[in-house]
Design a protein around this ligand. Structure first.
Ligand code: SIN
Length: 287
């Protein structure tokens, strides 16, 4: 499909019906500003974009991500690239006896920085080296899932709020558990976000039951009972709402966290290495 945008004509095909765009024939490190404006527009229109066969230096990645907004820093600074505090390394590679990145960091359905007052608007992953099998990234279309709910259910969920805690997440997650330092606690106070959020660009509603950081569901009789969260995640992650991305080195996958949840998946880390560069763009307070 040839997509005419206000600023450029770029070739795209859907990732899956009604969600996401695969952008063809664009070299993200060298494309002209008009082409890149078309890429940004495709991202906002489709909720996620994929560009294959890219070769990106850290400077290229920074230039690219800044087209979408202001780059966000990371809570865990020891896995950022030297000189690039906004480029976080996900990896199971060990160099000089030390891991160069966080391993299995994003396994479990979530949105990035759900525990911040302003979770990140979008996440970008650039595949440096990937296993031949496993380690897919899954994206769930939260607006399609919300639209598929019965009207009665929408009304029941509309007033619920999720209490998110970074300290709880780091103490209980499966991989890379840690107790926060006093400085980290001060930097990451608990926050409350709606379970159903409104996309600020077009007003669409999204079911947004990010997991891992939630300690309470406010507005229900028993806030500490998280069974509803499991039920909603099961609903949202049915095959009809989920795109499964199979990685190749050189892929750039970028998604809008205001209308998606995502999860990484495991791979045989005794045989394979996976290294990704992750960048974020600052977001707004969810409403
Ligand atoms: C993430 O959750 O930010 C990373 C997902 C992945 O590694 O596939």
């Amino acid at each position: 499909m040839q997509a005419e945008t206000a600023s450029a004509s770029i070739s795209i095909s859907p990732m899956q019906p009604g969600f996401g765009a695969v952008i063809h024939g664009v070299d993200a490190a060298h494309a002209d500003p008009v082409t890149m404006a078309g890429v940004v527009e495709a991202f906002h229109r489709h909720g996620a974009i994929l560009l294959r066969n890219q070769t990106m230096t850290p400077d290229d990645l920074m230039r690219f991500v800044r087209l979408f907004g202001e780059a966000e820093g990371h809570s865990l600074r020891h896995f950022t690239l030297p000189g690039y505090p906004e480029i976080f390394v996900l990896s199971n590679r060990i160099e000089n006896g030390r891991p160069i990145g966080a391993h299995n960091d994003g396994v479990g359905w979530h949105t990035d920085y759900s525990y911040k007052e302003k979770p990140v608007m979008c996440t970008m992953l650039y595949a440096v080296e990937v296993p031949p099998e496993g380690s897919d990234t899954l994206l769930a279309d939260c607006c399609a899932a919300y639209d598929a709910l019965a009207e009665q259910r929408k009304a029941e969920l509309g007033h619920l709020q999720l209490h998110h805690s970074y300290a709880h997440f780091m103490a209980t997650r499966e991989h890379g558990r840690a107790t926060l330092t006093e400085a980290q606690k001060r930097e990451n106070p608990d926050v409350v976000h709606p379970l159903v959020r409104t996309h600020p660009a077009d007003g669409r509603l999204a079911l947004w039951p990010s997991t891992g950081t939630v300690v309470e569901i406010l507005g229900q009789d028993e806030p500490s009972d998280l069974a509803l969260l499991d039920e909603l995640v099961e609903f949202l992650t049915q095959e009809r709402f989920v795109h499964r991305h199979k990685w190749h080195a050189g892929d750039i996958l970028m998604w809008d966290n205001r209308c998606t949840l995502h999860t990484g998946t495991l791979f045989d880390d005794t045989r394979y290495i996976r290294t990704m560069h992750r960048l974020w763009v600052k977001g707004d307070r969810p409403v």
